[in-house]
Design a protein around this ligand. Structure first.
Ligand code: NI
Length: 172
């Protein structure tokens, strides 16, 4: 297993729609293992394959807390099949280090996907799990945190982000 480099905004691979996984081969198993290790090392509660530069429909999620251990979820070709309610909460993303913003999401979702052994699974989530499922499915569609906020906030973010990048370039 290996910790992979996490691509940061505005890397183009993050805006790319990931393609369906068709082969459940050794390469896929290695990618999943590396993504799990990368997510835990970050640390994050979810990671999509485009975030490690591979635009394939693979995501991993673990929303465990110290108080509550929950199963690690691997999603291949996930599809949102049901959603209800609305909720707003603060959200971050490993591809936008240090940036958090309020994002509106469905309160409860049901996602159908394949697991790493090509078995069909259905996952029902509310709370943080629901948020993570929607965030990772967004990633696989090339949709980012800043696409989920209003235009004014997005423009503000882009300006601030460019300023920070300029500063970093000077400091090199
Ligand atoms: Ni993210």
């Amino acid at each position: 297993m290996a910790v992979l480099e996490i691509k940061k905004y505005p890397d183009k691979v993050l805006m790319q729609k990931a393609s369906l996984v068709e082969e459940f081969d050794g390469r896929l198993q290695k990618l999943i293992d590396d993504m799990i290790e990368t997510m835990y090392a970050a640390p994050g509660v979810g990671l999509a394959a485009n975030q490690v530069g591979i635009p394939k429909q693979v995501a991993v999620i673990d929303v465990s807390t110290e108080e509550q251990k929950l199963p690690l979820i691997t999603l291949i070709n996930p599809v949102l099949v049901h959603f209800e309610g609305e909720t707003e909460n603060e959200e971050g993303c490993l591809s936008f280090p240090g940036y958090y913003t309020i994002v509106q999401r469905h309160e409860k979702v049901v996602v159908r996907a394949l697991d790493r052994n090509c078995n069909q699974i259905e996952i029902e989530g509310s709370g943080l799990l629901s948020r993570a499922l929607q965030h990772e499915i967004d990633h696989l569609n090339g949709v980012l945190l800043i696409d989920r906020i209003g235009r004014l906030k997005r423009d503000f973010f882009k300006k601030r982000f460019q300023k920070e990048r300029k500063r970093q370039q000077v400091n090199l």
